[in-house]
Write a protein that binds this ligand. Structure first.
Ligand SMILES: Cc1cc2nc3c(=O)[nH]c(=O)nc-3n(C[C@H](O)[C@H](O)[C@H](O)COP(=O)(O)OP(=O)(O)OC[C@H]3O[C@@H](n4cnc5c(N)ncnc54)[C@H](O)[C@@H]3O)c2cc1C
Length: 422
């Protein structure tokens, strides 16, 4: 159905999308593909956290740091890339991707309003109030994203104020490369930032209150993964109760472990302690909440899937986001990739496991970093897969798709490992 003009000439949109991150721009593009009249509100930068201060800049940082580290394995002794150069590379990548995104939104005929959706009310249509006026729509998809969690720890606010503690957002803006880095939170973002600094030859300690990190990963895979990271110099301080943060020249984290008080200090503390949804539109009847804003998965590709599902629901299809097939990747060196169920929760399943030494391409590229692939099967159906090793991020999405044994894998390629392990 096309859009209507109200008596007062106010346009009625078919779908209003709040937020221009992966969930928001996917919803807008998908709706426009089905000829819906779409309006998209973004209060900050188009592309959201993912493009501007998340996935893309962090992978750009890791791309440079990885080349730097790997060059030493082959006897090269390059001078260290400056932090300004690393930031510039990330900004160039962001710009290219943003230009592409803006082009797609424009050619799809999506109307963009650079303003905050302040309030949504439902009557005959949804009314969206902004500083640029009120807009009306038949349906609303709220994709307002998430923000960083700052744990309440004594002294942390002081460290933030003195710029000795930063969130992942300010990490991208640092002007100097610290020598000793503390990272609060050993989840995906914390480990990736740790991997960047380790590549750059810095001393890195990851601190986490959990004794056992990355709950979905089986013990054997986790052990191999952490061993490889530790070999490169990353240090894990797990199962600690943080008592206080003190800031002078250095930033010092005082903690209790096994009943003993101890401390660790560094030049900078990066806070990577998780994210929480933002947006207060949950109470508005009938609107769809997608992406980080619903707090379900906090991954860009989940956000994309949920947004597409919401649009198809509005179109009248019974389509749900499928959470059973969501891959996860930590883009450290080596990468850790996983999907579906694990061995510890599927004790009756068959398990097939191979080291990545059976992949000729992996051996050529990995410079001695050990890898492994594990597949969890029931009869011939793959229930889950976990991979330690670069290249896993490209394979993992296909692991539950079936018919993998029918594929001819190019030689030499990392994917050849599947012939060995299936
Ligand atoms: C450092 C870092 C690295 C990451 N790496 C990865 C990764 O490798 N892979 C991965 O899958 N995920 C990664 N993530 C997570 C990923 O960034 C998020 O899952 C993803 O951005 C969620 O998309 P979204 O559209 O739901 O929200 P967001 O990207 O947060 O976008 C929400 C947008 O809504 C706008 N907005 C909010 N409220 C309003 C309002 N009222 N009116 C108008 N606009 C509004 C915001 O300005 C924002 O642009 C990473 C996150 C971080 C912090």
């Amino acid at each position: 159905m096309g859009h209507l003009q109200r008596e007062n000439q106010q346009t009625i949109y078919d779908i209003a999308v709040i937020g221009g991150g992966p969930a928001g721009y996917t919803a807008a593009l998908e709706a426009a593909r089905y000829k819906k009249k779409v309006i998209l509100f973004e209060r900050g930068e188009m592309g959201g956290v993912c493009l501007n201060e998340g996935c893309i800049p962090l992978k750009s940082f890791l791309h440079v740091s990885r080349i730097y580290r790997k060059s030493f394995a082959h006897g090269l002794k390059p001078s260290e890339p400056s932090i300004e150069y690393i930031k510039k590379t990330a900004q160039e990548n962001i710009k290219k991707l943003k230009n592409g995104l803006l082009y797609s939104l424009k050619t799809a005929g999506i109307e963009i309003v650079n303003a905050e959706a302040e309030q949504i009310e439902k009557s005959e249509f949804y009314k969206i109030a902004t500083s640029k006026g009120a807009f009306f729509s038949r349906d609303v998809i709220a994709a307002t994203g998430s923000e960083q969690v700052i744990p309440s720890i004594n002294g942390l606010a002081d460290a933030i104020q003195k710029k000795k503690a930063v969130t992942s957002r300010e990490f991208f803006e640092l002007r100097e490369m610290p020598d000793e880095v503390l990272i609060l939170g050993a989840g995906a973002v914390g480990i990736e930032i740790a991997s960047f600094y380790t590549d750059m030859g810095r001393q890195v300690t990851l601190i986490d209150s959990k004794e056992r990190i990355l709950g979905d990963i089986d013990d054997d895979i986790l052990q191999l993964y952490m061993n490889q990271l530790e070999k490169q110099g990353m240090r894990f301080l797990l199962g600690v109760d943080i008592c206080e943060v003190e800031t002078e020249d250095k930033v010092c984290v005082i903690y209790r472990k096994d009943g003993e008080i101890d401390e660790v200090s560094g030049d900078c503390l990066v806070i990577a302690a998780g994210r929480k949804p933002v947006g207060n539109f949950n109470h508005v009847e009938g609107i769809y909440i997608c992406g980080d804003a619903n707090g379900k998965s906090m991954l860009a590709h989940t956000a994309i899937q949920e947004a597409a599902a919401a649009v198809h629901k509005i179109l009248g299809e019974e389509r749900q986001a499928d959470y059973s097939q969501i891959p996860a990747v930590i883009y450290s060196s080596p990468e850790l990739s996983w999907i579906g169920g694990n061995e510890s929760k599927n004790t009756a399943a068959d398990v097939s496991k191979k080291t990545m030494d059976f992949s000729s391409r992996y051996v050529i590229d990995a410079d001695g970093v050990k890898g492994c692939i594990k597949i969890i099967k029931e009869k011939e159906k793959i229930l889950g897969c976990q991979i330690v090793g670069d290249g896993g991020s490209e394979l993992i999405a296909f692991m539950l798709s079936g018919n993998l044994d029918k594929i001819v894998y190019p030689h030499p390629s990392v994917s050849e490992i599947l012939r060995e392990v299936l």
